[in-house]
Design a protein around this ligand. Sequence first.
Ligand code: NAD
Length: 348
Amino acid sequence: MALDITDLTPPPGFERLVLAQDPEAGLRALICLHSTRLGPAAGGCRMWAYDDDRAAIHDVTRLARGMTYKNAMADLGLGGGKAVIIGDARRDKTPRMMQAFGAAVDALGGTYWTAEDVGISPADMAHAATRTGFAVGLSGASGDPSPWTAEGVFRCLRVGAAHAFGTEDLSERRVLVQGLGHVGLSLAEKLAAAGARLIVTDINEAALQDARDRLGAQVCAPEAVFDQPMDIFAPCALGGVLTQRTAAMLGARLVCGAANNQLADEDVAAALAARGVTYLPDYVVNAGGIISVASEIHGQSDAWRLDRLGAIADRVARMLHQARQTDALPAQVADRMVEEMLAAPRAA
Ligand code: NAD
């Protein structure tokens, strides 16, 4: 195959940005290594029909940087990276394209580990894995990361409830879960079992019907989320749902969910805090999935995975304590913790 790897100029603060192309295989992908300071970069591969290369570069760099923060905070010995394949996953994806993508990952010599993300399935990753040993999240290995993500979010939500309401008891707490996908549904099941008054929303009618029938959930229309009375908001669908406008409308006192990049911009955290809303940073609470993937990268046991998962909620408790003591936002405390890790001298 005629694979071509071209180094592009990465944005300031980023280590590497490459364009990987194999026209015969239909591959046009960007791989970004934000930081390998704490270990090889790890982060999923997304396939998306971007309008142009600029949009793809914007997405891959933003996501790669996010992975540095998530992996550092979860103490995984991994840096942050991400890949995007440019194209429509339903129309353009082929086994040959995925093999070419695997070859591109392999050409980076283990500085980047890939896994599935939006538009990419474990079966697609299996094709990539025929050409590289640096593809994880394969069937029969660490498995679906989503239940791990949901469990981590659930535990953090309890810690957040103790902070916001003085008790981690969720019975009768009104919790709105936005998005009943792989993570959201699992989280909703845990909340229902804990006695929460569940409110759910999704654009998928069947998922709503199931949550209504099986979990006794109240259903809310996707566009009515921010008019809804609730105690806790758990965004588990899309990024960017909390803007200045929606933050001003939000009835909850706690935000804790799985979605990546929940805040439209950093200032939204302050707007939420000004209204007495505790926002638990997404990259801290949703690390369960990457922890599961990391266990595969490092060849670690289930005990290691469970131990790291348990550490997420402890970290959130410490972060909230520190935020209270220093009059800072939890998001600021979290970012500072990561920036200190990245600035620390390398171990010999
Ligand atoms: P998913 O695709 O399985 O589920 C997303 C759900 O959101 C779907 O049911 C979809 O119908 C629904 N949805 C889409 N638009 C909506 C809207 N406007 N209003 C309400 N619902 C809407 O994804 P997932 O794997 O469950 O991941 C959910 C979020 O968590 C994503 O942002 C993902 O990036 C993030 N995340 C996932 C994991 C993981 O382990 N899967 C790990 C970390 C972060």
